[in-house]
Every structure is written in structure tokens, then in C-alpha cells.
Design a protein around this ligand. Structure first.
Ligand code: 4AD
Ligand code: MG
Length: 467
């Protein structure tokens, strides 16, 4: 018999050539029915939707039929027929069923309605559930949207190293990279570890940001973006922090703060609109099962103007709120780094829209940010989002060699590892700026998921690196 090529379920459900012979392959979601006829819901990951396979029991080997359980992998050949009861237009009247992989009863995704924590403990199998299928199809779509946005605007995708000898954010939250024998570390007379015989001949770590190298790219190619993994050894056990996350970092020459904010706003709106246009089925599922306000919130963001708020003004609003009886866990006053509860108050309660906060006190921001005339603040910009808090962090960069050097001195940043970065300010320095979007925080927003561990396939957090 002529081999029938497999049709992906996403394609099959769009077809109308009823009567054709088709082949579908996928995993059993449910099986129900009577002694005479079984209905098998099959999913192959190409869409949130299942196709219904109808099997007249007497036509098949009873031993084989017993192997068709939730999670089993099947290949089915049959006639594509119009369906009335399955929720789709199409179903498959099976003539041949082959069990490609059976699935014993201890399959961890056997039961519906497990907690998210249970899912994380079975992260290798949770991918096969409806929820995680939807999340990771959306994640893919967001990656495509990001490349398309920047490519269409003439940005170049620029690859920055993951292993580095410098600490971009200066927070000391880096994972070391070494081939040294940790049981036998050689130290000098001051008790300092000797790195000259290590693989790179110096102390190296996994990068916390591609920005510094990105600035080199931008000051040559005009405008670039990076999109890659970044690593932070911060011991934050929150629903918004990962030790390994993906960041998108555009860097643009000849840009000022207002234009930078425009770019941030346009970029996020583009991504959210892309999801609304291209991920409808998955969003509808998540809207129904995870977060009833999701689609409305996404539509709200694309149609609203983001607030632009100087830090000093934001602090005033928060102080007024405290005066009027609003309780926060952390105190708030000029100079403090805003806690997530403060950011969310501004966004969710006060303005009820996304906020781009600017002009932060220099002491709570990184060394590279452009200093304002007041001597106290810098041209940093954080985009604050409902549910998420900070989704973007960026700035105009200090382009003056002298001012930058002075700041590096004040902050005691080790200079010897930074000489190549300073060359951007020495040779043909130019005004420039950029930002970093936390990819998983965008996915959190777009999917309505509550915990960042559930929007990356295999999360890395303190004490977790199982899968
Ligand atoms: O604000 P951050 O630290 O800024 C930078 O790294 C700059 N070098 C970016 C730039 O200007 N090119 O981080 C940027 C974004 C944050 O706004 C947040 O969305 C995300 O990265 N982020 C994290 N996401 C998940 N887990 C973590 N531990 C994160 N830390 C930062
Ligand atoms: Mg930040």
C-alpha cells in the first residue's frame, strides 16, 4: 500500500477535502467511548487543538487497543471526515492504528489539574501539557517578532560573548568559569587565587549582559541588537528572577532619551501585537484557563500611551500614597531603589498603565549611564509593567571619556579589565544608548503565567538545575 505522508494536526484542521486518506501522529490526550467505538483525542504539539480519532473497536486488536492510554504515542491512518461532535470540523475515522510508544500508568502528566509546583518537578514532561505547549509556542513567536522588529528597522543582530572577564552591571553577581582543580587551588602569598594558569589566563565568568560588547558593535555598525542567554548569581527566589535568562539588548548611536523611550514603547507594543495576531488559539486557551483578563490586558497595552515619569516625581507620588495610609513592606524616599511593590503601585494603582521611569539617582544605577546636569541623576530608563514590575532597563550612555573615568573611579570599578570598553570613548566617541528587555518577563506578561519558572523550558534558580 502506498505510504501516506503525515499531516500535522494544525494543517489537518484547516482542510476541507473530506473523504481523503490521511495519516496523523501524536500523543493521546484522552480516550473515551463505549465497547463499540472509542474516541481518541490526539495532539502533536503543532497546535493547542486536538484531532479526534474515531476507532470502531471490533476492527482492531484488543491487546493493541489496551495500549492506547493517556500519553501514548500513536500513528493513525484513516479517512478524514466532517465532524459534528468533536469541537473541530475534522476528525479521522481510523483504519490503521500503530502504537509507536506506549505509556505506563505512572506517566507524570496522567492527571489533569496538577499544581504548577508539581509541573516544575516534572519539567521534562510538563512540556507535553496544553498549558506549557501554549507557553512555548508563544515564546517561539516572541523570538521571531523580536528579530523581525529589529531587522525591519535596520538593526544588525550582533553576537556578544557568554564568557567574559568584565562585570557589566557591577553587581558582582557572576558565575565563575574555570577549569581549575577546585580541590587544589594555588594561591599567592596574599592568599589570592592564581589565575594565570587557568584556561583563559585570568578570572572569567558567565556574562550578566552583552551591553559593553554591544556598545562596541553599535559604534561600528550604527545600531545593533543582541539576543542571547545571560546569567546572574543573585540569590533571589522570586517569581520574576532566574539565574539563567535571555535578554534582548539593542544599542543605538545618536539616540537621546526621548527617542530611546519611543523605541522601548514601540518595541514592546510590536511584540504584544504580534502575539495577538499570531498566537490567537494559544492566547484564548491561556485566557480561559490561566488568566481571564489576559487578552484584554494585552489589547490595553498596545492601545495606550505609556506614562513617562521622572524618578523624583515617582517618589513624590509614593510618599503621598504613604501619607494617605497606603502600606508598603519597604520604606520609600528619594535615593532608594524602588521595590517591586512600589513599581506595581505606580503602574497598577496610580496610573493604571505602563510607566517609563527616567532620571534615576546615580548611586542606584550602573557606572555607564549618562550623567545629568544636576550632578545627582542619570539618564536611566526602566519600563515598568502591570503584573511584572521592571520589564526593561536601559539608559543613554555616558559618552564623555573624562566623566566616565571619574565615575569608574568613584565606584571602584577595576579598570584593567575595562580598557577596551573605554576605547569607545577615546576614539570617535558618540552619543548612544540602549536597553535590555528580559525575554522571560515579556513572556510572563504575554502569557499571563504567574511565575518566571514556567515560561522557560528548563528554569535555573538557586538550588535547581535538575533538567
Ligand atoms: O536592568 P538590567 O540589569 O540592565 C542591564 O543588564 C543593561 N545592561 C541593559 C542594557 O542597557 N543593555 O537588566 C535588563 C532586564 C531587566 O529589566 C529585566 O527585565 C531582566 O533584564 N532581568 C532579569 N530577568 C530574569 N531574571 C533575572 N534575574 C533578571 N535580571 C534582569
Ligand atoms: Mg534594571
Amino acid at each position: 500500500m502506498e505510504k501516506i505522508r503525515r499531516t500535522k494536526i494544525v494543517d489537518l484542521l484547516k482542510r476541507e477535502d473530506y473523504g481523503s486518506q490521511v495519516c496523523v501522529k501524536g500523543w493521546v490526550r484522552t480516550k473515551r467511548g463505549s465497547k463499540a467505538v472509542n474516541f481518541i483525542a490526539l495532539n502533536d504539539g503543532s497546535t493547542i487543538k486536538n484531532v479526534q480519532v474515531v476507532a470502531d473497536v471490533e476492527k482492531f486488536d484488543p491487546e493493541m487497543m489496551k495500549l492506547i492510554t493517556t500519553g501514548a504515542c500513536l500513528s493513525v491512518v484513516g479517512e478524514m471526515v466532517q465532524s459534528i461532535g468533536s469541537g473541530q470540523n475534522v476528525e479521522v475515522q481510523a483504519s490503521e492504528i500503530e502504537v509507536l510508544g506506549d505509556c505506563p500508568a505512572d506517566y507524570p502528566m496522567q492527571k489533569k489539574g496538577q499544581t504548577m509546583e508539581y509541573m516544575r518537578q516534572h519539567a521534562h514532561m510538563r512540556l507535553r501539557t496544553n498549558t506549557f505547549g501554549a507557553v512555548f509556542r508563544i515564546r517561539h513567536n516572541m523570538a521571531i517578532a523580536i528579530h523581525k522588529f529589529f531587522h525591519d528597522k535596520g538593526f544588525y543582530y550582533f553576537h556578544t560573548p557568554l564568557i567574559t572577564a568584565s562585570d557589566c552591571e557591577g553587581a558582582g553577581e557572576m558565575f565563575q568559569v574555570t577549569t581549575k582543580n577546585l580541590y587544589d587551588l594555588k594561591k599567592d602569598e596574599n592568599g589570592q587565587i592564581i589565575y594565570s594558569d587557568d584556561f583563559f589566563g585570568k578570572m572569567t565568568s558567565l556574562t550578566v549582559s552583552g551591553q559593553l560588547e554591544g556598545e562596541l558593535g553599535a559604534t561600528a555598525l550604527g545600531q545593533i541588537y543582541t539576543f542571547g542567554p545571560t546569567f546572574r548569581a543573585e540569590n533571589s527566589n522570586t517569581p520574576r528572577h532566574l539565574a539563567e535568562f535571555w535578554m534582548i539588548e539593542p544599542e543605538v548611536c545618536f539616540i537621546d532619551l526621548p527617542d530611546l523611550m519611543d523605541l522601548e514603547e514601540e518595541f514592546i507594543k510590536y511584540c504584544v501585537q504580534w502575539a495577538l495576531d499570531n498566537c490567537q488559539d494559544d492566547l484564548e486557551f491561556l485566557n480561559k484557563m490561566i488568566d481571564n483578563g489576559l487578552i484584554e490586558r494585552l489589547k490595553g497595552v498596545v492601545s495606550t500611551d505609556f506614562v513617562r515619569l521622572p524618578y523624583t516625581e515617582g517618589i513624590r507620588i509614593l510618599e503621598d500614597a504613604v501619607k494617605n495610609g497606603r502600606k508598603f513592606e519597604f520604606p520609600v524616599s528619594w535615593g532608594c531603589d524602588l521595590a517591586s511593590e512600589h513599581e506595581r503601585y505606580l503602574v497598577e494603582e496610580h496610573f493604571k498603565k505602563p510607566v517609563i521611569m527616567i532620571d534615576y539617582p546615580k548611586d542606584i544605577k550602573a557606572f555607564y549611564m549618562k550623567q545629568n546636569e544636576d550632578g545627582k541623576t542619570v539618564q536611566g530608563t526602566d519600563v515598568l509593567f502591570p503584573q511584572i514590575g521592571e520589564i526593561i532597563g536601559g539608559s543613554v550612555r555616558e559618552e564623555s571619556y573624562e566623566k566616565l573615568m571619574k565615575r569608574i573611579d568613584e565606584m571602584n570599578i577595576p579598570m584593567k579589565d575595562m580598557w577596551w570598553y573605554l576605547d569607545t570613548r577615546k576614539y570617535g566617541s558618540c552619543p548612544h544608548g540602549g536597553f535590555g528587555l528580559g525575554f522571560e518577563r515579556l513572556i510572563l506578561f504575554v502569557t499571563g503565567m504567574q511565575n518566571i519558572r514556567d515560561v522557560i523550558p528548563f528554569p535555573r534558580t538557586p538550588k535547581t538545575a535538575e533538567f
